[in-house]
Each structure stands twice: as structure tokens, then as C-alpha cells.
Design a protein around this ligand. Structure first.
Ligand code: FAD
Length: 556
């Protein structure tokens, strides 16, 4: 037992938490109408682990002895469950493949170092043996950035950072904390909160992703409007490379040439193992509120988010869903009782009388933090903007509900897979001036892809993470594939995913705002950063890792 917690081998999160639609009576009719699937039909659960065919480990005696000497016998794992858990992330393709026992290449061993010195020994030993080393955080990525190349003949070692999970120091005068890279979100925040501090970084995968993984994939959390993306939060770090360690002190800013800190951000294990990160931390806010609003149209919601960004308000969260995502959210509601049960229909009646088309209405959440006066000030600015764009305030209740449920929603994807539907996401960022066209063209691209496949598909979108010059658009899509053969399902998935990603580059948007490149988005990297850009990146990777020993399957 290593003491390191992992997610389920076959899906999101931990055993014992599952998605159910039985307490959400509107969901089954909604899903039937949109994708023609009966949520009450018997599903096909994942196979038993014993039925998987796991290839034998290639770890040889010499390397095994060096690794065991470095980290201790108990911290070198070769059992099948451990190896399968470290083979994939949690993208749709990962989930379909693992359920289908599609395991052409799994890591040969998992090592669990306790400190940076042990990480150094493991990296040097694997590179000296001309093996492949893949750093592993929480295994939550959805870009295919953990999987060994199918034809990799060399020994593959997954280096699990899970034992490096401590906050090492807090520099209270500077608002900085030095933290080991393997810490999971809740553990990090518990350690900081108990001392009155927070990073404010809350990706939806918070419970099952690590600080090192966030840095290595350039993650962004829901409160990024206030706290910044992980690239802003990260101020310094230590990174183990073959034979050396990069040590970057935490600095508020610096002009020392091209930023090495930025080179490590998003490096997806290709430039070494991040062992420590200096992060910005903030005093815990006195109040924290998420307030829900409703806009008559998507265009009005988008314009309001832009106006908020340009205003004196500085909310933590700016988020608005399109009409499809709004309808989906409403279908996920549990029945309310008493006055609340009457409030919804009354409100919708009033809005219809005011001329709203309720099918076009768009739900929005705005987050606020600070003392009472600050909240009052921010809410009054936002309130005026919402009204100016024809919107109304729904209140704190729905906002609090969204905040509580956000970490449970991801479990729906496994449930959908059980009943035969594929669901996944693609997200991007673009300047404000491009967002409306990007949105319309991407929805069209997905819809055309569903038509090409001859399936009933559903695509929905929200805006989140606003910046001075633009914002992130996050698309979710689902459809029942016309085949139950895993390889054919994956082909069909790619028809839709490719159409969406291509629409991003065709509409001057990035290939990913916060999920990284991995293998899934690598095809479009050159479109994103130009061929000269990929040459520079390739040169950097070659210089650090000439033998392609460090996670060679990802990025470039
Ligand atoms: P892993 O998946 O273990 O690894 C990802 C990559 O980073 C790999 O290439 C790995 O080699 C490398 N890596 C990991 N640790 C290190 C290290 N210490 N040193 C060097 N390289 C390392 N992302 C967001 O940004 N925001 C979200 O809101 C969000 N929501 C999600 C919701 C769901 C349901 C899912 C499935 C994913 C979501 N993600 C989100 C994506 C994912 O959680 C992020 O990419 C996350 O940053 C990955 O962290 P991890 O620790 O799980 O890394």
C-alpha cells in the first residue's frame, strides 16, 4: 500500500459516487427528445477488471533493482490494477478504450518517490536505461497526455507524484506558498485554509487533479477571473531534468529573457518532473457568493459578460450558458417544494408576457468575494449591466446549488457510457470580436458532423474565464453512436471532435484554453502557433530530451 489515492480504473472519481437521474424527473424526457436515448433502459456496466487483458510488464531485473533501491520496495508497483490506472487519463476515448480492454501498451512499473532526491534518482535511472518516464499527477487530463505510444518498445515507467503532497512553507508577507507538486486540490486547500489562505484555483476536476498536473497542462479554475489561470498563480518552481534541476525562485515579475517558467507551464511531462511550485496565495475571503442571472438571448449574455469585464467590477466568476446548456441545466433540477415550486412557473409567465422567448433564455452565474461593502459595490455594478442587457437576477439560491454540484456533474459521462451515449467536451478561447461567429460556426460544425454520422446529437456551450481581450468558450457534446464496437465508436467520436477543433482554428481561436495539447489536440498545434513556432518548441524538447525519454507520446 503506497497511501496514494487513485480514481477508478474505468471512470471518473471514486467508487461509491455515481450519477442518478431518478431524482431529476425532467432529465429522462429531455435526453429522449434530444438524443433519442431512454435513460430507464438497462445499461451495460463496465466489465470486471479480471476480464481485461493486461500485457505483461517489461520491467527488467536491473532497472527494477535500481528503482527499488531509490524509492523502497513497497513503492515500485507492477500489479495490473496499478498499471491500468496509470495508462489513461479521463477523456472519452480513454474511457471507451479501457472499458474495451484496449490496452496495447501500459506502463511496466509505477514508482512513488517520497521527495525530490528520489525523483532525481528515478529520472536518471530510467534515462540511463533508455526507458520512458511519464510523470503522473491525478490522471484527470482529457487530452490523451499520459498514454505510452502504442509501439513503444522501451520500458515505460510511470512516476506517480502522489506522495509529494505537502505545503512546505507560507511566506505570509509575500502571499506565496511553496508546495509539493503531487498534492491533490482538496488536500492543498485544506492545508492552506487551516492557516487562513487559499490559492483560489478550482478546476471542475479539483478533487482528482494535482498542482503539478495543473502546471503541466496550463489549467484554469472557475474563479480565474479573480485569481488568474495557473500560469498566473505559479510564480516559481523546481523541475527535475535528466542530470539536473531547474530552480526558479518566486518572483512577482522579471525580465530575464524568454521565460523558463513559461516553458515549463504546459510542458506535459516533456521537459522533466515538476516537484515543487511556488504559488500565489490569498487570505480567505470574508464572503463568497455565486449569484444566478437570466438573459433573454445568448448575444445579450455574451455582451453583458464583456461589459462586466470592461467595468469597475471584478467578479471571481463570469459564466453564461447558451440556450441548450440552460435547458439541460433546468432538466437536471430536482423537484422543488412549497413556494420555490411556484416561483419558477410564475417567473417564466412574467417573462413570457414581457416578450421573452423562453427557449432562447440563457442562464448566467457571477461570483463575488470580499467584505460586505465590496460585494454590495460589485453587485450593484453588475446588476446595472445585467438590466442594460435585458437580463434579470435569479438570486443566490441557484448559484449556491451550482457551486455545490459542480464536482458531481462529471460522473454523468460514465452513466451515459453505460446506456450507450458518448459525451465529451472541447474548449477554446478567442478575442471578444470573434466569439459570436466562433460560436455559431462551431455549433454548425458539430451539427453537420452529427448529420454526417446519421445520429441524433446535442451540443451546448458556455462562456467562462473572461479576460480583457476575450474569453473561453466551452462546448459539450453527446450522441448515441450507431455502433457498439469500441473502435467504431471512437471513429465516430472523432468525426464530431475533429469538426469542433477544426472550427476553432478556422475561427481564429486556440485549440485549447485549459486542457492542453496532449495527443488529442496535437494535430492542430501548428495551426495554433505557426510552423516556426512548432520548430522552436521541437528544438527546446530536443535540447532537453534528445533521446525522447520523457513522456514522448504527448505534445509534439
Ligand atoms: P495528469 O492527468 O496526471 O497529467 C496530465 C499531464 O501532466 C501529463 O502529460 C503528465 O505527464 C503531466 N504531469 C502531471 N504531473 C506532472 C509533474 N509533477 N511534472 C511534470 N509533468 C506532470 N482542467 C482545467 O484546467 N479546468 C477544469 O475545470 C477542468 N475540469 C475537468 C473536469 C473533468 C471532469 C475532467 C475529466 C477533466 C477536467 N480538466 C480540467 C482537465 C484536467 O483535470 C487538467 O488537465 C489537470 O490539470 C490535470 O491534472 P492531473 O494532476 O490530473 O494531471
Amino acid at each position: 500500500m503506497t497511501g496514494v489515492q487513485h480514481q477508478k480504473w474505468w471512470g471518473w472519481g471514486v467508487e461509491g459516487i455515481t450519477f442518478t437521474h431518478e431524482d431529476k424527473p425532467k432529465l429522462a424526457p429531455f435526453v429522449m427528445e434530444k438524443v433519442g436515448i431512454d435513460l430507464n433502459a438497462p445499461g451495460t456496466p463496465p466489465p470486471a477488471f479480471e476480464d481485461l487483458k493486461v500485457p505483461a510488464s517489461l520491467l527488467d531485473g536491473d532497472l527494477a533493482s535500481v528503482l527499488r533501491a531509490a524509492v523502497g520496495d513497497a513503492y515500485v508497483g507492477t500489479d495490473d490494477m496499478d498499471r491500468v490506472v496509470h495508462t489513461y487519463g479521463k477523456g472519452l476515448v480513454d474511457l471507451v478504450r479501457v472499458r474495451a480492454s484496449d490496452l496495447p501498451r501500459v506502463p511496466d512499473a509505477i514508482v512513488y518517490p517520497a521527495d525530490e532526491d528520489q525523483v532525481r534518482q528515478v529520472v536518471d535511472a530510467v534515462v540511463a536505461a533508455d526507458g520512458v518516464l511519464i510523470p503522473f499527477g491525478g490522471g484527470s487530463n482529457i487530452s490523451g497526455s499520459l498514454t505510452p505510444p502504442v509501439d513503444e518498445k522501451r520500458v515505460v515507467v510511470s512516476l506517480d507524484l502522489g506522495r509529494l503532497n505537502r505545503v512546505l512553507e507560507v511566506d505570509e508577507a509575500a502571499g506565496l506558498a511553496r508546495v509539493q507538486a503531487g498534492v491533490l486540490g482538496p488536500d492543498l486547500e485544506d492545508q492552506l485554509n487551516s492557516r487562513g489562505w487559499t490559492t483560489g484555483h478550482q478546476p471542475d476536476s479539483f478533487r482528482h487533479s494535482t498542482l503539478g498536473g495543473w502546471v503541466a497542462t496550463r489549467s484554469s479554475g472557475m474563479q480565474s477571473d479573480k485569481y488568474g489561470d495557473i500560469s498566473d498563480i505559479t510564480r516559481g518552481m523546481r523541475v527535475v531534468l535528466p542530470g539536473k534541476v531547474i530552480a526558479l525562485r518566486p518572483l512577482p515579475s522579471t525580465s530575464s529573457g524568454p521565460s523558463v517558467r513559461e516553458m515549463i507551464l504546459g510542458s506535459e511531462g516533456r521537459l522533466g518532473v515538476i516537484t515543487e511550485v511556488w504559488v500565489n496565495v490569498h487570505r480567505l475571503p470574508k464572503n463568497r457568493e455565486i449569484v444566478a442571472y437570466l438573459f433573454p438571448t445568448w448575444a445579450a449574455g455574451l455582451a453583458a459578460m464583456h461589459a462586466i469585464t470592461e467595468s469597475d467590477a471584478s467578479p471571481t466568476v463570469t459564466r453564461v450558458s447558451d440556450a441548450n446548456e440552460t435547458a439541460f441545466s433546468l432538466s437536471m433540477q430536482k423537484p422543488s417544494k412549497g413556494l420555490a415550486a411556484k416561483a419558477g412557473p410564475i417567473l417564466f409567465n412574467v417573462l413570457e408576457r414581457r416578450g421573452w422567448d423562453l427557449n432562447a433564455a440563457c442562464l448566467s452565474y457571477i461570483g463575488y468575494e470580499g467584505d460586505d461593502d465590496h460585494l454590495k459595490y460589485e453587485k450593484s455594478i453588475v446588476g446595472k449591466i445585467v438590466r442594460k442587457h435585458g437580463g434579470i437576477k435569479l438570486g443566490k439560491g441557484p448559484g449556491a446549488l451550482y457551486d455545490q454540484k459542480k464536482f458531481d456533474t462529471p460522473y454523468i459521462r460514465d452513466f451515459l457510457l453505460d446506456i450507450g451515449a458518448l459525451g465529451d467536451v472541447s474548449e477554446t478561447a478567442a478575442p471578444w470580436s470573434k466569439l459570436m461567429d466562433l460560436y455559431a460556426n462551431t455549433v454548425r460544425a458539430a451539427t453537420d458532423a452529427f448529420a454526417e454520422l446519421g445520429v441524433m446529437g446535442f451540443v451546448m456551450c458556455h462562456l467562462s474565464h473572461s479576460y480583457h481581450s476575450g474569453a473561453c468558450l466551452y462546448f459539450t457534446f453527446a450522441f448515441p453512436p450507431s455502433s457498439d464496437v469500441a473502435a467504431e465508436q471512437i471513429e465516430q467520436y472523432w468525426v464530431v471532435k475533429r469538426a469542433i477543433q477544426q472550427s476553432f482554428v478556422d475561427n481564429d481561436a486556440t485549440i485549447s484554453h485549459h486542457h492542453g495539447v496532449g495527443t488529442d489536440h496535437a494535430h492542430w498545434l501548428e495551426d495554433d502557433i505557426s510552423s516556426a513556432g512548432t520548430e522552436v518548441m521541437a528544438g527546446l524538447l530536443r535540447a532537453v530530451d534528445p533521446g525522447r525519454n520523457l513522456n514522448p507520446g504527448t505534445l509534439l
